[in-house]
Design a protein around this ligand. Structure first.
Ligand code: HEC
Ligand code: HEC
Ligand code: HEC
Ligand code: HEC
Ligand code: HEC
Ligand code: HEC
Ligand code: HEC
Length: 302
């Protein structure tokens, strides 16, 4: 990757820092790029016919402005990463081919980001099914938008929020026919059917991350990045519904979760006989244990 380009980006970035006490995105309607890129309809002056004109925006090119403001790169302006030449419309055709900096280009080998272990993540990712099938074409950006990325799991103390954010990264492709097909070259399998064996699918997908079942848990990494092939995915209920749940080593290992004031995660971690999801009311508890074992019994028969 072009080191000069990256250096330039950094210079631009640093020189613009003090001008940005307020976020550059505060006034989206007047932002030179967001006028168009935060809207479903764009207006521009058509010089060929000399008139104002309107067009529909490609939905994939509409940027989530709230996402940017909450993201780690909120202090960047668009043209810190994209060419200044984008300020004219129609955009110049060759800009489409402009190479973009990857996470490692900026964060690799930088000690100030050591806690994130970018290099180890890269190593793990290179063992994953995605890299094996698509190689370098499957960039970090396929899951992480540089526009909106924020490290949710280590910052939030809300399990549902963490799960939703994490799963949205996978579903943005596995639930989007066009995006999936562009990468795979074939139609995507229907996730609901693929996971039919899992009871209460909706409930599970709200409480556990896809990566809980689809990665090898790596103790030394906060987020395991080695997505395994489907035959190695977790199917055994007891891997989680057990006092020694694998969730302890993955989802519940975050201190931000363990320090939750309501103590629910603490009790999951400490209670030996804990069966996940069954600590509400005594009657419900008995009922759901019965349902739980019934489900297992039915599954064993089928
Ligand atoms: C007048 C509306 C308008 C403005 C202003 C505008 N864009 Fe765009 N942009 C578009 C449209 C429409 C597309 C879809 C592709 C096309 O028509 O060229 C696009 C495409 C893009 C793409 C994707 C190119 C590709 O095909 O891969 C990038 C990146 C982009 N714009 C960045 C910017 C940046 C950065 C700015 C501000 C400096 C900006 N745009 C300002 C309308 C606009
Ligand atoms: C931190 C760097 C960074 C900043 C800041 C940034 N972009 Fe991007 N942008 C990227 C990268 C990298 C891609 C390519 C994503 C990919 O294809 O993997 C991209 C892609 C795009 C695309 C193509 C559609 C897409 O999402 O892939 C558009 C449109 C775009 N950017 C517009 C903008 C606008 C408008 C802004 C400012 C509001 C902006 N970008 C700010 C890095 C950035
Ligand atoms: C163009 C260079 C560049 C690229 C590309 C880039 N980053 Fe960043 N990133 C930065 C800079 C600079 C900061 C510090 C921002 C600040 O402090 O306002 C940052 C901040 C972060 C942080 C917060 C660090 C902290 O705790 O303060 C994370 C996490 C992060 N980036 C992840 C990523 C990921 C994941 C990618 C790829 C999807 C990526 N970055 C791509 C330059 C980049
Ligand atoms: C298959 C999807 C996928 C790919 C590809 C991917 N990641 Fe991730 N990554 C995730 C998920 C899911 C999370 C958890 C999100 C969260 O809650 O923070 C995550 C989290 C992270 C974090 C935060 C870890 C922490 O300690 O908080 C970083 C940094 C990161 N990824 C960097 C990368 C880099 C660099 C690449 C490319 C080498 C990459 N990721 C590729 C899915 C992916
Ligand atoms: C409780 C564990 C579990 C969870 C949670 C889970 N999966 Fe799966 N997944 C599996 C198992 C087991 C298989 C293998 C099914 C088979 O081969 O019959 C599988 C299969 C798959 C496949 C392969 C489809 C195919 O047949 O080619 C994909 C893709 C997939 N899962 C994605 C996801 C995504 C995305 C999520 C999150 C929304 C997720 N999974 C959540 C256990 C899980
Ligand atoms: C940009 C699209 C994209 C994203 C994002 C993505 N995947 Fe995939 N994934 C694919 C494609 C394409 C394949 C199929 C590769 C092939 O043809 O076998 C695949 C395959 C899989 C498989 C099945 C592997 C097998 O053995 O057939 C699993 C499991 C999986 N992905 C899980 C995940 C999880 C978990 C996430 C989020 C952390 C995720 N994916 C994010 C595109 C994506
Ligand atoms: C990756 C971990 C994981 C796996 C594997 C898993 N579960 Fe769960 N299960 C959970 C979590 C987390 C919840 C939701 C807990 C809550 O409500 O707080 C849950 C909830 C449930 C519930 C609902 C309990 C209630 O109170 O409503 C049932 C029933 C259940 N699981 C059965 C199963 C069965 C049967 C299997 C195997 C086919 C299985 N689970 C596999 C983690 C898992």
């Amino acid at each position: 990757m072009n080191k000069r380009l990256i250096f330039l980006i950094f210079l631009l970035y640093i020189s613009s820092l003090d001008l940005k006490a307020q976020s550059v995105y505060d006034d989206a309607k007047n932002h030179v790029c967001l006028k168009c890129h935060s809207s479903q309809i764009i207006s521009f002056h058509n010089e060929v016919i000399g008139k104002e004109q309107k067009k529909l925006m490609n939905p994939y090119y509409i940027i989530d402005t709230t996402g940017i403001k909450n993201g780690v790169h909120q202090n960047f302006d668009c043209t810190d990463c994209h060419s200044f030449e984008y300020s004219t419309y129609p955009h110049l055709a060759n800009l489409k081919l402009e190479p973009m900096a990857s996470c490692l280009d900026c964060h690799g080998g930088d000690p100030s980001y050591a806690t994130y272990q970018f290099e180890r993540i890269d190593e793990e990712f290179k063992k994953s099914v995605h890299f094996k099938v698509s190689g370098e074409d499957f960039t970090c950006g396929k899951c992480h938008s540089q526009h909106t990325y924020r490290p949710t799991a280590r910052n939030s103390d809300n399990v549902m929020e963490i799960v939703e954010y994490s799963n949205s990264l996978c579903l943005s492709c596995h639930n989007d026919m066009n995006k999936y097909e562009m990468v795979a070259g074939h139609e995507n399998p229907k996730l609901v059917q693929v996971h039919e064996w899992l009871p209460n699918q909706e409930l599970h997908f709200k409480h556990v991350r896809c990566i809980e079942c689809h990665t090898e848990v790596a103790d030394s990494l906060m987020v395991s990045h080695n997505i395994l092939s489907k035959d190695l995915a977790v199917r055994k209920c007891a891997e989680c519904h057990n006092s020694d749940s694998r969730l302890k080593a993955s989802l519940y290992k975050y201190t931000n979760l363990q320090n939750r004031s309501d103590g629910s995660v603490k009790s999951i971690l400490s209670n030996e006989s804990y069966v996940i999801g069954t600590q509400q009311f005594p009657l419900l508890k008995t009922l759901s244990i019965i349902i739980f074992f019934l489900t297992i019994a039915i599954m064993k028969k089928s």
